[in-house]
Design a protein around this ligand. Structure first.
Ligand code: DC
Length: 227
């Protein structure tokens, strides 16, 4: 069986992973996996059912029975739970992101989502973004990118994103929450946020998103043929 090609894009929030992943998937005509959305949906379900974040068995149960699909909407992908609930907006809140980060620290939750993530690997190829795509989920990926940016730049980007969506945000609090979330994601014992040894690390602090995309497109071209 021919190997299905994969590109992984890992890094903390606010580095442009999502936009880059969408750009490459469109350009190559490949499938896309937003793995953070899966952790966010687990968090969303846990919050709506009042499940304690220490209850790893219950969280893993939610993760293993998750029915999530991604539907291409107007320019952006919609996240659908149980076939009919559009949770795209609900999972993007800071509360959901922080809860996802806490749920994601449980080994049982990560294991429950492993197979589901690997099922997205389908012809003609997959571009996957997250924290452990290159280290754990797709260690044999043909190209691994790890994006970084200073915490200040990332907090600022996130602040603008939330403001643009009409949310009222406090930059200092947002910044503290982002630092806390990154420390938890990078410090956990299982699948921590670290670059794979064979990943290309790109600091995006001084780059705009178009520059990030063309920089990575040049790397893609060295490994795969770009249309
Ligand atoms: O990428 P994101 O902000 O949507 O991810 C939300 C949280 O989910 C993140 O703080 C940690 C967790 N996550 C993870 O542990 N592993 C992944 N591959 C993706 C996300």
């Amino acid at each position: 069986m021919p190997e299905i090609p994969v590109i992984t894009i890992d890094g903390p929030s606010g580095t442009g992973k999502g936009v880059l992943c969408g750009y490459l998937a469109d350009r190559l005509g490949w499938h896309r996996l937003d793995s953070g959305a899966l952790y966010r949906v687990v968090a969303h379900v846990a919050l709506s059912r009042g499940v304690a974040l220490e209850n790893d068995a219950e969280l893993a149960q939610i993760a293993s029975s998750l029915d999530v699909s991604f539907k291409q909407g107007r320019g952006e992908s919609r996240v659908i739970l149980d076939g009919n609930q559009d949770v795209s907006g609900a999972i993007r809140t800071e509360t959901c992101g922080n809860t996802a980060s806490q749920a994601a620290a449980h080994k049982a939750v990560r294991q429950a989502l492993l197979q589901l993530q690997r099922q997205f690997r389908q012809m003609p190829g997959l571009v996957a973004d997250g924290r452990d795509m290159g280290t754990v989920v797709f260690p044999d990926a043909g190209l691994k990118i790890f994006l970084t940016a200073s915490p200040e730049v990332r907090a600022d980007r996130r602040y603008k994103q939330l403001k643009d969506k009409g949310n009222s945000v406090n930059l200092a609090r947002l910044s503290a929450e982002i630092k806390e979330r990154d420390a938890r994601d990078a410090g956990r014992s299982i699948s921590p946020l670290i670059p794979a040894p064979d990943a290309i690390v790109i600091d995006t602090s001084e780059l705009n998103i178009d520059e990030v995309c063309s920089r990575v497109a040049a790397e893609v071209e060295k490994v795969f043929r770009l249309p």
